[in-house]
Ligand binder design. Sequence first.
Ligand SMILES: [Zn+2]
Length: 306
Amino acid sequence: MSHPTYKHVVVIGIDGAGAFIREADTPHFDRIFAAGAVTYDALASNPTISAECWGSMLLGVGPEVHGLTNGIVSSTPYPVDSPFPSLFRRIREVMPDAELGSYCDWNPITFGIVENNQNVSTATARDSELTPMICDYIREKKPTFLFCHMDSVDGAGHGHGYGSEKHLQRIHEVDELVNDVYTAVCDAGMLEETLFIVIADHGGTSFNGTGAGHGGWTDGEKWVTFGASGKTVQTAYLEAMNIRDLAAIVLYAFGIDTPAFDEKGWTAQIPAGLFADEEIPAYRDISHLTGAAPRISKVPHTSELI
Ligand SMILES: [Zn+2]
């Protein structure tokens, strides 16, 4: 274990936002990450479906390794002895007193990707109702690692098309929720010691007359947003990143060693330019690993069509 650079990491995942945050009116996102690292060219996992993608981010391995699907994470608790532990288990192993939270609009993330024996504080509700709970939790517990998931943007994408006016409007509204969480971090006096991250899992297609979805490998589906803000984050546009890198970034923030890079296992890396640290290995191109057969998801999660 090397020296931790942060006491807290707060991640807000915005389901189905893709790279469309760039086109939406998001004054809070823009302000929070103005001096931070941003990209709209983070590569999703293939297929571009939630379980596959959130699984990649929380486990540091791709769908070609973890094998999770929406059906599996909705029906099967994540194995507590998996050879691919979640971030929660990896953090708990070295920080037994850490306060860990998973607050997810789409609860299968907590149920099917996070081990249920790691004393993780959890809650689930539609994102607008969940956010006040997240803010209370932050102010009260000052969590070490908090993962939040907002699902309504994906619902708007399914209903009206990704990149449509209503999809961009919902991104604008969720930007307010992001600001609520950020404000809670400030109120808790944590900001200086917090790595604050916003990330999307996948984008989606435009409306084709009957609906819209994701699961394929088109530009609108596979390119997503990532933003990071923190005291050691460089002001940068990240040219190369995969969403699974979130796992490496979170562990790095806490000074926790990551497993060795292994194409049959751990493939999360620290994107070049995110942190000024000469010890960080050169970034590897892993695009050849995204060979899973695309499946198309036309089914929204818990959110109503907005
Ligand atoms: Zn979806």
